[in-house]
Each structure stands twice: as structure tokens, then as C-alpha cells.
Ligand binder design. Structure first.
Ligand SMILES: Nc1ncnc2c1ncn2[C@@H]1O[C@H](COP(=O)(O)OP(=O)(O)O)[C@@H](O)[C@H]1O
Ligand SMILES: [Mg+2]
Length: 595
């Protein structure tokens, strides 16, 4: 093992000398305590190293050992349900998550070595195999079948495969061209895992939040950001998405947020039940916690560790959702390291490579045809929270993020202040997946494109009218515009507002979402007709059925489809009946005045 010594210490950054032959991104062990670090620059025989553990007390002259390996993730059975820190050390106690139990230099394997997993082979020896081929599986939890794949770069004749039974992750389960291979794989976290090809996104990743699914759909395999000021609902939104999304596997990266918040999140996550399987949500989740109390350098690693694990499950053919809270803290860590390196700073002190580093994270999302047989398609969807200081979206991290993501959920301070949750601003948010997934939506509801367009038009018109209302008051507006304002309010309050804690409405299945939208459209059309034949606007505004529309969101999401349809058909009938009532009144008055 190559050995140099510490020349200079500057917080999490150290400079070591005598490091001939070491390369960038190589893992090193620093000091007598052998703290984990990564080489981030080489100048002659000097290496610049970022240390992933607390460097307090480290002295100039202490040894530095090179390992020859890049920073890698351990992949294999044992991942699901785990909580790791940024460099994949297992965290088992809540105190560790909070960051108060920082154990320096502890070398503990990421995945347990002593656990035995029940392996079932699915191929017979004698066949030719290559990278990505599925050789067998382990039913890791009730929800997750963990496929054991031929590691990347390995191909040849499968000479032997283990028979059904229990194995640890280090015991061989296959032999290819004379080489014994176990279930444990390693993969360098900064290197994207290979796939055959990226595919066009045609399906949404349903998250059960109406403003997302219906107005700004997230593509399955897509990349999105959720920027918002303090307290606008980033964490709640990400938790809601991970809880309810239709993904098979969820990866939650807590990056630089407060430790107690992360512990809370974990605590509540542990109690959550997966609505699809009725099993604990932890049984299809992986947690990575790098809280604000933990060394800053590891924040960067935590994000890439998360995507690597995500890609690994994607390669098995799963749909994976990764959320990162918050990418701003990660960017701040980058700024701190860059500052210590005395690099030429870019905007607001962030390094010039901020944009490309953010891109290298988001660009690992995608819908792909995975390598190996049997043929399979998997996806990795990424949503990153961004916390711009002062909720000012013009700052560098938000702006650089906007350049790479294809959907944006802009959280709005004034909406949060008015308790309009989720506080996703419908005027500034967007999704470039809308077209891609509209066929999928049309299958659920043929009117989807018209409904969505109508809602967007009414909401935009409302925003235009607001100024006028401030000047002259709503009563001075033409009756068509007053109707627009009423319907816009219905869209906002009865459709877009969705309480993340509601037992009935925290999740909105696509069908319920569509049927709700249709109720509002029906009301709007009937109201337009009524007004045209002279029904006074006040009559429309005070209709009893509006109360019923306001309550439609409370039909529980677990309601069976046929009952859901019956419920909404009844609602539509009530709308039509009451409109008939008030228009008949007007018509009979007109008639009696004629006779
Ligand atoms: N969708 C939602 N439903 C209900 N309450 C919400 C929702 N989103 C946010 N909140 C409220 O806002 C508070 C702050 O949200 P949080 O996600 O912690 O903000 P951030 O992470 O952006 O600082 C939450 O504690 C909750 O009371
Ligand atoms: Mg938060």
C-alpha cells in the first residue's frame, strides 16, 4: 500500500505529499485513525484529499495510505431497509442518524457479512452468460425480489451455479470461466452503470398528488426539481411522493438537512405501510442520511451513492424513485471544499463546475433497456429538493438545476402562508413530460388533454383578472369573468389543495383525479349555459351542489373503482339536476311574462 504523509490540513481538505502514482477519485486512508478520504486533485507528488470524516486533531506528518480503489458502493442482498451514511456505513441507531455518534475510522462493511440469504437459481450450468444476465434471486423482503446478476465485464460459460439454499453475500453462487462469483458486487459511485439503451418516456410515475399527476406529470425515469423557501413543504412533498408513488423501490437521500428532522422522517417512515402491499414501506426503501452534523465532504458522496443503488435496482427491471433533500446543501458542501482549495470561484462563490456536477447527478435518471437476459426495462426517476436562500429562485443552484431537469415543482411562500398545500405554484411550475404521457392519461380518461388545458386556461385567466379585481372589485367584472374566478377557486380549493396527512385524500388515484376534474368541468359548462339564458350569477354562486363538489376529495382513495364511478356519476347527476332546477325557474318566469 502506497504511503505518503500529511502536509497540510484545512478542515475537511488535506494535502498529502509523497503520493506518487495516486490517481484522482482514489480512496485513501488518512492519519493514524485511517479516516476515509478521496483524492480530488493531484499535483506532482502531492494529492489533494477530501476527508469524509471529522478531521479534528489530525496532525501534519501523519501517514496517508492509498488503496488503489475508487469510492465504491456495495451492492447485493441487505440493501433494502438499510440506513447508510454518505459513504455507506450502516447506521443502526437513531443517534447515529442525528450525527451525534460519529465514529471515526470505523471500518464496518456496508452490507452484513453474516446474514444468510435464500438463493434460488434460475439458470442451469453450461450456458453462455454475460453482464447483467439474471442467474438467480433472493426474496429479500416480501416486496422485493433481489435478482442476482452477472457482474459487469464478466462473460463466458456458466460452469457452476449454487443450488437452492442459504448463502452469505461473500460465498460463491456461480462460477464463470473458472472464476467464483458471489452475490456481492461493487460499483464506483461516480460512474454510471451501463445499460443497452435509453428509451423514450411514455408513462408517468404516478405520485398521487393531483397537481403533479394531472397538471405537471412526472415521467417514469424522469428528472424533476422541487425548489422552495424554508417551510414551504419540500420535505413533506418528497415524503408524500416516496410514500405513495407507483415506484417499486424508493431511495431517500437526506443530504445536509438537520439531523433531528431526518430522524423524524425516518421514525415516521418506519411506521408507514405500503398501500400497495400492506407491508412496511421500509421493505422497499433504502435510506441515506448525511445530516448537517456530519462531515460536509460526505454529502457529495451520499448523492452519488444513492444514484448508484438506484441504478442497480433499475438494472433488475424495477422502477426506482430517488429523492434528495436537499441538493442545495450538497452544493454548499461543494462550495466549501472549493473555497478551501482556493479555486477560482464562480457565481456566489460556487465552483465553476456546479452546473456540470448537478447534471452528472440528474442525468443518471432514465428509462432504460437493461443489460442481460431476460430482456427487461427499468427506470430511475430523480426528484431533488432545492432550498434557495430567501426563496430567491435566481440564485445559482436553482438556476443550474433548471437547466437539467425536465419538470419543476415551484413551491411558493405565499401559497404556503395561505395554507394552500401542496404549495406548488401552477403558474411557474412546468413539466416537459406532459405530451409524452398524455396517451397514458387518455387511456384512463379520454378527455384528459381537454380537461388539463381548460384548467390551465382558467388558472391563467384568474391570474390576469386578479389585478383588475384589485382595482375595481369582482362585482364590476363581466359575468363570464366572475364565473372564471369562481371556477378557478374551485380548481384551487377543491382539486389542487390536497392535505398530505388526510386519511382519505393524501393519495389520489389517477381515476379519482380525472373524475374530480370532470365534475368541475361539468359545473363550468352548465354554469356558462345557465348564465347565457339569464340565470343571475348569484344563483350559480350559491348552488347547494358546490358544497358537494368541495367534499368530493374526501371519498377515500381505497374506494373500489366501481363505487368510485357510481359516486361521481351521482355527483354529476346532482350538478345537472340543480342546474335544471335553476334554469327551469328562469325559463318559466320568461314564459309567464310572455302570456
Ligand atoms: N402537502 C402538505 N399537506 C399538509 N401540510 C403541509 C404540506 N406541505 C407542507 N405542509 C406543512 O408545512 C410545514 C413545513 O413543511 P416542510 O416540508 O418541513 O418544509 P421545508 O422542507 O420546505 O422547509 C409542514 O410541517 C406542514 O405543516
Ligand atoms: Mg425540509
Amino acid at each position: 500500500m502506497l504511503k505518503g504523509k500529511i502536509h497540510r490540513v484545512s478542515g475537511p481538505v488535506i494535502i498529502a505529499e509523497g503520493m506518487h502514482g495516486v490517481s484522482v477519485y482514489e480512496v485513501v486512508e488518512v492519519g493514524h485513525d485511517r479516516l476515509i478520504g478521496e483524492v480530488i486533485g493531484v499535483e506532482g507528488e502531492k494529492a489533494i484529499i477530501q476527508v469524509y470524516e471529522d478531521t479534528t486533531g489530525i496532525q501534519v506528518g501523519e501517514p496517508v495510505y492509498a488503496t488503489g480503489n475508487p469510492l465504491s458502493a456495495e451492492l447485493g442482498p441487505g440493501l433494502i431497509g438499510s440506513i447508510f451514511d454518505g459513504i455507506q456505513r450502516p447506521l443502526t441507531k437513531l443517534e447515529e442518524v442525528v450525527g451525534f455518534l460519529i465514529r471515526r475510522g470505523v471500518k464496518q462493511p456496508s452490507l452484513p457479512r453474516d446474514s444468510k440469504w435464500y438463493f434460488t437459481p434460475v439458470v442451469k450450468p453450461g450456458v453462455k452468460v454475460s453482464s447483467g444476465d439474471i442467474v438467480g434471486y433472493v426474496q429479500e423482503t416480501e416486496a422485493v425480489k433481489h435478482y442476482i446478476m452477472v457482474p459487469h465485464g464478466v462473460h463466458g460459460t456458466l460452469e457452476w451455479v449454487a443450488s437452492e439454499g442459504k448463502y452469505s453475500i461473500e460465498e460463491p453462487v456461480m462460477r464463470i470461466n473458472g472464476k467464483d462469483i458471489s452475490m456481492l458486487q461493487k460499483w464506483p459511485v461516480r460512474k454510471p452503470r451501463p445499460y443497452v439503451e435509453k428509451l423514450e418516456i411514455k408513462q408517468p410515475l404516478v405520485v398521487g398528488t393531483r397537481v403533479v399527476d394531472f397538471l405537471f406529470p412526472l415521467g417514469m425515469g424522469g428528472k424533476a426539481a422541487i425548489p422552495g423557501g424554508f417551510g414551504t413543504g419540500k420535505t413533506v412533498s418528497l415524503q408524500t411522493f416516496t410514500k405513495w408513488s407507483h415506484a417499486d423501490i424508493t431511495i431517500y437521500v437526506g443530504c445536509g438537512e438537520r439531523g433531528n428532522e431526518m430522524a423524524d422522517a425516518l421514525h415516521s417512515f418506519r411506521k408507514l405501510i405500503d398501500p400497495k402491499t400492506g407491508r412496511p414501506l421500509m421493505e422497499r426503501s433504502v435510506f441515506i442520511a448525511n445530516t448537517s452534523n456530519m462531515p460536509v465532504a460526505a454529502r457529495e458522496a451520499s448523492v452519488f451513492l444513492g444514484v448508484t443503488i438506484g441504478e442497480y435496482f433499475r438494472d433488475m427491471g424495477y422502477n426506482v424513485l430517488l429523492v434528495a433533500d436537499s441538493t442545495s446543501r450538497w452544493a454548499e458542501a461543494m462550495r466549501e471544499i472549493s473555497g478551501r482549495l482556493e479555486e477560482l470561484p464562480g457565481e456566489e462563490g460556487f465552483p465553476a463546475y456546479l452546473g456540470s456536477r448537478l447534471a452528472s447527478f440528474y442525468e443518471r435518471s432514465g428509462l432504460v433497456k437493461a443489460m442481460g437476459s431476460p430482456e427487461r426495462v427499468g427506470s430511475l426517476t430523480i426528484i431533488g429538493a432545492v432550498s434557495p436562500p430567501g426563496a430567491d429562485f435566481s440564485e445559482p443552484v436553482t438556476q443550474s438545476t433548471l437547466r437539467v431537469v425536465r419538470a419543476l415543482y415551484a413551491l411558493d411562500v405565499s401559497l404556503a402562508y395561505r395554507r394552500h398545500y401542496p404549495a406548488i405554484n401552477w403558474l411557474t411550475s412546468y413539466s416537459l413530460y406532459t405530451e409524452d404521457v398524455s396517451k397514458w392519461w387518455i387511456n384512463i380518461e379520454p378527455e384528459y388533454p381537454t380537461l388539463r388545458e381548460l384548467f390551465m386556461k382558467i388558472l391563467q385567466r384568474e391570474a390576469e383578472l386578479e389585478e383588475l379585481v384589485r382595482l375595481v372589485g369582482a362585482d364590476a367584472l363581466p359575468v363570464e369573468d366572475r364565473l372564471i374566478l369562481e371556477v378557478a377557486r374551485m380548481i384551487r380549493e377543491d382539486f389542487l389543495q390536497q392535505d398530505a396527512l388526510s386519511l382519505e385524500d393524501a393519495y389520489s388515484p389517477p381515476l379519482k383525479t380525472a373524475l374530480m376534474a370532470k365534475a368541475i368541468k361539468l359545473f363550468y359548462e352548465k354554469a356558462q349555459e345557465a348564465i347565457k339564458i339569464g340565470v343571475p350569477f348569484e344563483k350559480v354562486r350559491e348552488m347547494r351542489v358546490r358544497e358537494k363538489i368541495a367534499r368530493m376529495k374526501n371519498i377515500p382513495f381505497s374506494t373500489p373503482q366501481d363505487q368510485l364511478i357510481t359516486f361521481f356519476n351521482d355527483l354529476y347527476k346532482s350538478i345537472i339536476d340543480e342546474f335544471n332546477e335553476i334554469t327551469n325557474e328562469v325559463e318559466s318566469r320568461v314564459q309567464s311574462s310572455r302570456t
